[in-house]
Design a protein around this ligand. Structure first.
Ligand code: SF4
Ligand code: SF4
Length: 145
């Protein structure tokens, strides 16, 4: 990877290694969300996908994620620009909008621990949907966007 590649390349120009490295591992995109039909507003929950390892904040079945979880959305340069529910801190969103990465991003800090310390990861904010009965999902909704 070229040093500070995200400052000189567009999302379309990233190779596979650079694309994967750009993810800060916050796992905010793995939270369960719904779009309300009456006002198009996105509501998010305090639940994360059952496939997420809450300790590492990584998908436990990344290569098969779309098979296992049909609602798992694919992030591409195009969707990084159009998904209004991605957090402001998401590295793909920031690069797509021409904004710099924060100092806590692992590509700059050299460790994923800074993501947790910065308070932007799902750590300590969520519980796994694997541990919640479907009837109780509504009680875990909170307004976010
Ligand atoms: S929100 Fe963005 S930076 Fe965070 S885990 Fe998802 S894709 Fe990666
Ligand atoms: S399948 Fe994996 S990448 Fe997709 S939402 Fe679930 S944990 Fe996240």
């Amino acid at each position: 990877m070229r040093e500070r590649f995200w400052e000189t390349k567009s999302l379309e120009e990233l190779n596979d290694e650079e694309w994967e490295a750009l993810c800060d591992g916050c796992a905010q995109c793995c939270r369960l969300r719904f779009r309300e039909s009456d006002n198009d507003q996105v509501v998010t929950t305090t639940l994360v996908c059952a496939q997420l390892d809450l300790t590492t904040r990584r998908c436990t079945n990344y290569p098969k994620r779309h098979e296992l979880v049909p609602d798992c959305v694919e992030l591409t340069p195009e969707t990084a620009r159009s998904f209004d529910w991605l957090p402001e801190t998401c590295a793909y969103r920031r690069v797509a909008e021409g904004r710099p990465l924060e100092d806590w991003h692992p590509l700059i800090s050299g460790t994923s621990e800074t993501v947790r310390r910065a308070g932007v990861s799902v750590s300590d904010q969520v519980i796994s949907a694997a541990n919640v009965h479907p009837d109780d999902i509504a009680s875990n909704i909170l307004k976010w966007v």
